[in-house]
Design a protein around this ligand. Structure first.
Ligand SMILES: [Mn+2]
Length: 305
């Protein structure tokens, strides 16, 4: 009997989890609700956040149950492996020393190490995965900029990236004509930033922040999936992206999920590193390291000493 149900297939792209277990769990619950077939991870499982072990273990379990199909390492994962963190900012460095110590000799550290020994660019069908850039080579950990944009488009392929913690879609043939230079932080090209919701959704609630129909059947695009555990686009919700196929149409969908940020902030306070107040503030504001008239300090925000 022919079925009238449309064909539906969804792949989830998650990135920059950064040891934020509450955000990761909230995202994984939403992924379940979206009937996702497989998950790809774009790196930075650890760093900044207070739960590097639990987040790594959660991903190891997803590999075991064949839900997480591919992962590429990020620069913070690399920090755990080769322990060369001289290029890190002072807060990233402080947390990395703590993370290395926390993970020392564990199976979780072994998993991260294994990840760092694998290729930093993965090709899976029409998708390319890389944490930073294809060119210059990924281990330079550069950000997408106008000067390296051209080399990062792979003709008739979709490249998924992370690293900047800012969701964005770049298309080489945006206007169906010439390609335009792109810049992550400038305003000089054809790129799209999904609109930012500036307040946290109630815990466990989720919404679609943007859905783009992919009109070209063989598109040439770069997509930044945004950050699960430390967004930096003034939207504090946990974030990820879906690639959805419904019948003959494909869509890129950005999703945002509210999570128990208070719990994560309390873990920062408990950890007591000198950068923890700054990092906790960042989680509440969606990237800013201080509260102001736009991003007010929540009344539950603890006093850090
Ligand atoms: Mn990162």
């Amino acid at each position: 009997m022919p079925s009238n149900k449309p064909y539906y297939h969804a792949i989830a792209f998650i990135s920059d989890i950064h040891g934020n277990l509450e955000a990761l769990e909230a995202i994984l619950d939403d992924i379940k609700r979206q009937q996702v077939s497989s998950i790809y991870c774009l790196g930075d499982i650890v760093g900044y956040g207070p739960d590097p072990m639990a987040c790594t273990r959660r991903l190891m379990d997803l590999v075991e149950s064949k839900q997480l199909i591919a992962t590429v390492a990020g620069n913070h994962d690399y920090g755990v492996c080769d322990q060369d963190i001289s290029n890190f900012s002072s807060s990233a460095k402080e947390v990395m020393e703590w993370t290395i110590n926390e993970m020392q000799g564990t199976d979780e550290a072994g998993y991260i190490r294994e990840l760092c020994q694998k290729e930093l660019i993965k090709k899976i069908g029409r998708f390319w995965l890389v944490h930073s850039t294809l060119n210059p080579s990924p281990e330079k950990w550069e950000y997408l900029k106008t000067k390296n944009a051209g080399e990062n488009f792979q003709d008739r392929k979709i490249v998924f990236v992370g690293h900047s913690h800012v969701p964005a879609i770049y298309s080489k043939y945006s206007a169906g004509k010439d390609w335009h230079p792109i810049s992550l932080f400038g305003n000089d090209g054809h790129y799209f930033l999904p609109p930012a919701q500036k307040t946290m959704l109630p815990r466990g609630k989720s919404s679609k922040s943007y859905r783009l129909e992919v009109n070209d059947p063989f598109p040439t695009m770069i997509i930044n999936a945004g950050s699960v555990g430390q967004p930096r686009d003034n939207n504090p919700n946990a974030r990820y992206a879906l690639y959805i196929t419904i019948d003959y149409k494909s869509y890129i969908e950005y999703r945002q999920v509210g999570y128990d940020v208070q719990k994560t902030v309390d873990k920062h306070k408990k950890r007591g590193l000198s950068c923890d107040e700054r990092l906790a503030t960042r989680l509440c504001t969606g990237g800013n390291t201080r509260f102001d008239s736009e991003f007010k300090k929540p009344d539950w925000f603890p006093a850090f000493s």
